[in-house]
Write a protein that binds this ligand. Structure first.
Ligand SMILES: O=C(O)[C@H](O)[C@@H](O)[C@H](O)[C@H](O)COP(=O)(O)O
Length: 259
């Protein structure tokens, strides 16, 4: 039975530092149990701040970086050297500073890569990659990621699955091309909600008052077509990591003292 837990931090800086500390603990535990671990990254201010905190953490090298698979939940379909690319931001914040195995860093294709501007081909290629990484124990064509990090938008998007968009209705494919995104850049590649739900742990991390309505609606059981983040769940655990402002419309959650 999957659990949902909510932890509220006094502010976004503490949230990012604490999430980085949690990542160290969880990844070390998974590696101790199974030898290797997998982590799915997100873009967005909070997601990248967590990676910067992990880079700065004195505990970070407790993780065996050579036995960690890195994936992305979504990517902006822009040239490889664009500052808008989630991959580029993650590399600068963390990935270029730790001894990862390059073969285990699974980025989504850029718009000037081997598929050119064919975003459908780039999405299909990532779906094939996920299928090739899934083992017999994974019951399907997506690996059971150990931790999937996700952010959310005030209107309820997560990864690049936007409210009432074609991606939110996708039930077959694990990865889709996304066009005409309300949030720029307009063309993206995204895991779908069924693929997100293959993760053991989903960590939804967000800060700020602008996210408070979406957080409260998702935790109250809103429908995923109108509020895609409501459909982002881990099959072991769904962990919401919030700051006080993002938790502002929740009742009955422990609120920490002001830092
Ligand atoms: O590609 C993107 O635009 C991001 O992946 C996006 O989904 C982001 O995670 C959220 O919008 C939260 O962003 P903040 O952390 O900046 O609020």
């Amino acid at each position: 039975m999957s659990k949902t837990e909510v932890v509220v931090y006094a502010n976004q800086d503490l949230l990012a530092a604490a999430a980085a500390a949690r990542l160290v603990t969880r990844l070390v535990d998974v590696q101790a149990a199974r030898g290797s671990a997998s982590l799915v990254l997100t873009g967005g201010g909070t997601g990248i701040a967590v990676l910067s905190e992990l880079r700065a953490s004195s505990a970070r090298d407790a993780i065996d970086w050579s036995r960690l698979d890195i994936y992305w939940g979504d990517e902006r379909f822009v040239p490889a050297d664009s500052d808008e690319r989630n991959e580029k931001q993650a590399r600068e914040a963390l990935l270029d500073h730790v001894p990862l195995d390059p073969k285990r860093v699974h980025a989504m294709a850029p718009s000037d890569g081997e598929f050119g501007d064919d975003v459908d081909a780039a999405a299909a290629d990532y779906a094939s990659l996920l299928a090739s990484q899934a083992g017999p124990e994974d019951h399907g064509d997506v690996p059971s990621f150990d931790i999937m990090l996700l952010g959310l938008g005030g209107e309820g998007h997560t990864a690049s699955v936007f409210p009432e968009s074609p991606a939110v209705y996708e039930t077959e494919r694990s990865v889709v091309a996304v066009r005409n995104c309300p949030k720029p850049p307009p063309t993206r590649i995204s895991l779908t909600l069924p693929a997100i739900r293959r993760a053991r742990d989903v960590w939804l991390m967000t800060a700020g008052e602008a996210k408070a309505d979406a957080v409260a609606l998702a935790l109250a059981g809103a429908g995923e077509v109108q509020l895609p983040v409501a459909g982002a769940r881990g099959h072991r655990r769904t962990l919401w990591l919030l700051d006080r402002a993002a938790a502002g419309k929740l009742t009955k959650v422990y609120q920490p003292p002001t830092a």
